[in-house]
Design a binder for this molecule. Structure first.
Ligand code: GDP
Length: 446
């Protein structure tokens, strides 16, 4: 249950294994509790906000560690509460000891994401910003970082806020008409209303369609490497990622399952999936691999279709929004003048590395990152995408209701529906279930 609780909580905020570990404490008694286990030159409860203090964590006479204690005061902290961050030496034992001492003082161990829940409930950030905190921590490329950063700073929230404000104004005018229903007046100009709905619809659709790129940038762009057995798919995956993940051999059917490795190309993470070659086979295991190949191809943003010189390309069913890059491998073996018909396909040698840089450039060119770096609002979250699609459908319904001369009352209900859906994204309209679902995926200490 996500509750608006006001007890004092603590949790480690860093993974084990580092030189320093950080323990977060937040709540009304955070500083008093820390004072009971901290020996320094000042009382933390009297310390100025945003200050750092050197001292020792002690258990009675026993010194546990020398530490730095950062002090934050409500409301100017991450959670909006009094908080402390204790930097200790990165020993699992020390962290456990500090947490044990804190719990002896009545501090409760925090649930996953509970610090961010408190920040959200205190109005320090909206729900989409809270989700961006998780994205920021998971960001593993320049592009994913840029998107998380824009969302965290509230870029997305302000776009949605503007749209909601327009809808609210229109709904309020329509509702005002109800008060004057006897007089048959129209406060909300229907032509202006139609234009406004069209604008909002266009923006909602633009946001929804940005998910295609946004999600790929956040999760890594899925690239399926497909081709007949033995054309060099595994060798290409190894060459592109600089790993030796896939086993290569001249025995067809060596790759029996999909193998995935990723690498960064100019700030974008690409996830390369080496697929099992599609062929007729009685081998049950290989058939399972082939099934997965079909799924990997269906889910991929880019398909690298690989062939050997002089052979026909493998036929692949392409879905809308997918890009195919055709390459001819083993250029080191081919007679350069022999294949005049293959000019539009990129010649590479996965073995020697010839043409690989050109392939990397072609892959990168498929993904447009301009918007991500200029702070454009780009949707990366499937929960938001789902809400935007529902909002778009409701807007279409509202627009046709308007065209068919529906009463102001029903029209305002349609607008309220859109408002509610958009409010789900920022958390203005939310439920315990939604919050639980989002924050349970956060890690401890976040
Ligand atoms: P897969 O079945 O499509 O994954 O093919 P592999 O990557 O296992 O490669 C099959 C064989 O072709 C192996 O012996 C590789 O060393 C060889 N091979 C792959 N790429 C090249 C290349 O560019 N040039 C040459 N000469 N051999 C290659």
């Amino acid at each position: 249950m996500i509750t608006d609780s006001h007890d004092t909580i603590a949790a480690p905020a860093t993974a084990t294994g580092g030189a320093i570990a950080l323990i977060r404490v937040s709540g009304p008694h955070a500083l008093v509790c820390c004072d009971r286990i901290f020996k320094g030159s000042v009382r933390l409860a009297d310390a100025h906000p945003n200050t750092i203090h050197y001292g020792h964590i002690v258990d009675g006479e026993r010194e546990i560690d020398d530490v730095l204690m950062s002090v934050f005061r409500a409301p100017h902290s991450y959670t909006g509460e009094d908080s402390a961050e204790i930097s200790v030496h990165g020993s699992r034992y020390i962290v456990a000891e500090v947490l044990r001492l804190l719990s002896r003082c009545g501090v409760r161990m925090a649930a996953p994401g509970e610090f961010t829940v408190r920040a959200f409930l205190a109005g320090k950030m909206d729900l989409s910003q809270a989700e961006a905190v998780a994205d920021m921590i998971a960001a593993d490329s320049k592009a994913a970082h840029a998107l998380a950063s824009t969302q965290m700073k509230g870029g997305y929230s302000s776009s949605l806020h503007e749209l909601r404000q327009q809808l609210l104004d229109a709904a309020a005018l329509l509702e005002l008409e109800l008060d004057f229903s006897e007089e048959d007046v129209e406060f909300a100009d229907r032509t202006q209303l139609a234009a406004m709905l069209d604008n909002i619809s266009a923006e909602v659709q633009r946001l929804a369609s940005s998910f295609h790129t946004g999600n790929a940038l956040k999760e890594g762009v899925a690239v399926a490497i497909v081709g007949k057995p033995n054309v060099g798919k595994s060798t290409l995956l190894n060459r592109l990622t600089g790993e030796e993940r896939a086993i290569t051999s001249e025995i067809a059917g060596t790759t029996r399952d999909t193998i995935e490795e990723s690498c960064d190309i100019d700030g974008v993470r690409f996830r390369f999936i080496d697929t099992a070659g599609i062929r007729e086979t009685d081998d049950k295991l290989e058939r399972m691999g082939i099934e997965r190949t079909r799924k990997a191809i269906a889910d991929a943003r880019i398909i690298v279709s690989i062939n050997e010189s002089g052979t026909e390309a493998e036929s692949v069913d392409i879905k809308e929004g997918q890009t195919v890059i055709e390459v001819i491998n083993k250029s080191d073996l081919a007679d350069v003048n022999s294949d005049m018909t293959e000019n539009d396909r990129l010649r590479i040698s996965a073995l020697t590395g010839d043409g690989i840089e050109e392939l990397r450039m072609r892959l990168r060119a498929v993904i447009d990152t301009d918007g991500a770096y200029t702070g454009e609002t780009i949707v990366t979250n499937s929960r938001h995408f789902d809400a935007l699609q529902r909002a778009s459908a409701s807007l279409t319904a509202a627009r046709s209701a308007l065209d068919s001369g529906l009463s102001g009352e029903l029209l305002s209900e349609e607008l309220r529906e859109v408002l509610n859906i958009l409010g789900e994204i920022t958390g203005e309209v939310t439920s315990d279930d939604i919050l639980q679902n989002i924050f349970s995926r956060f890690c401890i200490g976040k």
